[in-house]
Structure formats: structure tokens, C-alpha cells
Design a protein around this ligand. Structure first.
Ligand code: HPA
Ligand code: ZN
Length: 330
């Protein structure tokens, strides 16, 4: 088989995906019209043309503006259903999905509306197609820890209702200047509550943020983590503990974390023994879903088929699925 078919045929698990980052311009415009939300762009093409980012913040500004079109349970359902359709087409069998309630509750949308719409699509996909998934509620790190606590308190009454899906807690948004320590107390509480914990670290922020995500927040996986390479002791530790990194190649290119895919350190991280996985992050904004991310690194870094299989298998191994489920799905 050619490289593209080989990648298409591999069963994949996705561990770093922001559901709000799957809102394609076409759906974004349709929802804006349906909900009478005024957009700063007058066409799908004009919006897509604005997806030219210089760093994380330049992306976040558009991402949060785009999310304003999401108003009803049906809107969250349609966005999630569209993501699942794309993922199934890419032979993704399991996905652990981030969602940012604060982006929506800030606009007066009920947190129950957010949970309900996403969960309805995930349950339907599970019951109809055997598509496996989990939900990871993420705190916005540019907001205060008190705000994160308030979000947790608002969400906890829903825990029983979504016990089949809600598996974890994450931390995303603007990394620089918002270190893990800012969320130490709320993560300690989430840990007591028995949630799986993850955090974005070492995307734009320094390797010390990766160390602190591990030592202060006690996360089980690092989202991105590519800057870990700057700290040899950290690299040794990540390899030894097999702490997964959820790497997002097209995201790193679009947000100028790397200026050329041929310079991406994914292969070096893998060769150093780290549990590297490949993920799409915000595929509607960064130019591709899972297969596009695999193909981009396979070509730019001349990865072997053995390496591609390792990366895909790491996705299942690094997932929060029970061991028997990992085996069954891959
Ligand atoms: N980094 C931080 N916050 C985010 C990202 C990301 O890549 N995507 C969506 N929110
Ligand atoms: Zn991310």
C-alpha cells in the first residue's frame, strides 16, 4: 500500500482534541445565521483566509470569537456529530475530547447545555457505530483559579448523569504567564474526586511548566510538551515514566511552534523513548484531522511504517481506556 493508504488503514485513538476547534467555517456560518450572531467576516472564504496565525494567542482570539455561535444543545450536538463523522472516516476508534465550559458560561450558556449536546452525539456514535470516547472538562488558564473552582462546582451535579463519558480534567488556553501552579488547588480537588488529569504544557511555555504540571498538578499526560526537549533531565524522566505527550504536528506548524515541519522534534522524542502520540488539536483551524497529521509528519520526517504503527499504538496505550478495551480497539 502507498503511504497514504497505510495511514488511513491504521486504527487510531485521538487524545488531544478541542471540540470547539472542530467547528468548520461552513457550520460556523450556518449557526451564526440560525442564532442571529453577527460575525466579523462576511463569507466562509474570508473567515478561512483569516486562519493565518503568528502564535497561540492570535489563534485563541479567533477560536473564542468563533465559539460565540454555539448557543443551544442542538448546536453542540451538531458540532460534535460532525467531528465524529470526520474521525470515523479517518479510522479513529476512540477519542478523548476537551471542552471548555467557561467559553460558553461566560456568554450565559448553561453548563448543562454544553454537556448535554456533546454527550448526545458521543452516545449516539457509541450506540450506532461503536465509536468510543471520553470527555475531559478543561479550565481556561487565562482566567482565575476561583473561576475554575466555580466551573467545577457548577459541573459536579452533572457527574452522575455523564458518568459514562466524563473521565477527566484538563488545562488549556494561553500558556505563557499562566503556570501550572496557578491551578494547584483546583487540580488537587479534582484529583481527590478521582478524575484523570492532563494539562497543556511546553507548547509555548518553558520545560519548567512540564515539570510543574507533573509535580504540582500530578497530571498523567502532557498535552503538547514538545519543549521538554530543552531539558535533558526532564527528557530522561518522561522516557523512564513513559509519560505520554499528546503532540499535534499541524497545530505546531500553524501556531509557529515550529517554522518547518521538517524541523519538528516528534521523531527525536519518539527515538528518545517517550510515549509520543499524534493528534489534531483544533482541526478546523489547523488544516487537518488525524490522517492529515500523520501524513504530514510521515512525509516531512520520513517516518518508517514501524514508527507510524508505534505512534498509532501509543495513542491507545496512553488513553484512559481500561486495558481490555485498548486491546479490543487496536
Ligand atoms: N493550546 C492551548 N489552548 C488551546 C489550544 C492549544 O493548542 N487549542 C485550543 N485551546
Ligand atoms: Zn490543545
Amino acid at each position: 500500500a502507498d503511504l497514504k493508504s497505510f495511514i488511513e488503514d491504521m486504527p487510531k485513538a485521538e487524545l488531544h482534541l478541542h471540540i470547539e476547534g472542530t467547528l468548520e467555517p461552513e457550520l460556523l456560518f450556518a449557526l451564526a445565521q440560525r442564532n442571529n450572531v453577527k460575525l466579523a467576516y462576511d463569507s466562509v472564504d474570508a473567515l478561512r483566509a483569516a486562519y493565518d496565525f503568528s502564535d497561540l494567542q492570535s489563534f485563541l482570539d479567533l477560536y473564542y470569537a468563533g465559539a460565540a455561535v454555539l448557543q443551544t444543545e442542538q448546536d453542540f450536538y451538531e458540532m460534535t456529530a460532525a467531528y465524529i463523522a470526520r474521525s470515523r472516516a479517518d479510522n479513529v476508534r476512540h477519542s478523548e475530547i476537551f471542552f471548555d465550559p467557561q467559553t460558553h458560561t461566560e456568554r450565559g450558556i448553561g453548563i448543562d447545555v454544553v454537556f448535554a449536546g456533546i454527550a448526545r452525539a458521543l452516545r449516539e456514535a457509541r450506540d450506532t457505530h461503536g465509536f468510543s470516547s471520553g470527555m475531559i472538562m478543561s479550565f481556561l488558564r487565562h482566567l482565575s483559579e476561583d473561576d475554575a473552582f466555580a466551573t467545577l462546582e457548577a459541573a459536579l451535579p452533572l457527574r452522575e448523569t455523564y458518568s459514562d463519558l466524563w473521565i477527566g480534567i484538563g488545562l488549556d488556553s494561553a500558556e505563557r504567564g499562566n503556570p501550572p501552579e496557578k491551578f494547584a488547588r483546583v487540580f488537587a480537588r479534582c484529583r481527590e474526586l478521582g478524575f484523570h488529569l492532563v494539562a497543556h504544557a511546553g507548547e509555548e511555555g518553558p520545560p519548567q511548566y512540564v515539570v510543574d504540571a507533573l509535580d504540582v498538578l500530578h497530571v498523567e499526560r502532557i498535552d503538547h510538551g514538545v519543549r521538554s526537549e530543552e531539558d535533558p533531565a526532564l527528557m530522561q524522566r518522561l522516557a523512564q515514566q513513559r509519560t505520554p505527550l499528546t503532540v499535534c504536528p499541524l497545530s505546531n506548524l500553524k501556531l509557529c511552534v515550529v517554522d518547518d515541519m521538517r524541523k519538528h522534534n516528534l521523531a527525536r522524542l519518539l527515538h528518545a523513548g517517550l510515549a509520543v502520540t499524534v493528534n489534531s488539536d483544533d482541526p478546523a483551524y489547523f488544516g487537518g484531522y488525524m490522517n492529515a497529521n500523520f501524513l504530514a509528519v510521515a512525509e516531512a520526517l520520513r517516518l518508517s511504517r514501524t514508527e507510524l504503527v508505534m505512534l498509532a499504538r501509543n495513542g491507545f496505550e496512553a488513553s484512559f481506556l481500561p486495558a481490555a478495551e485498548k486491546q479490543r480497539l487496536l
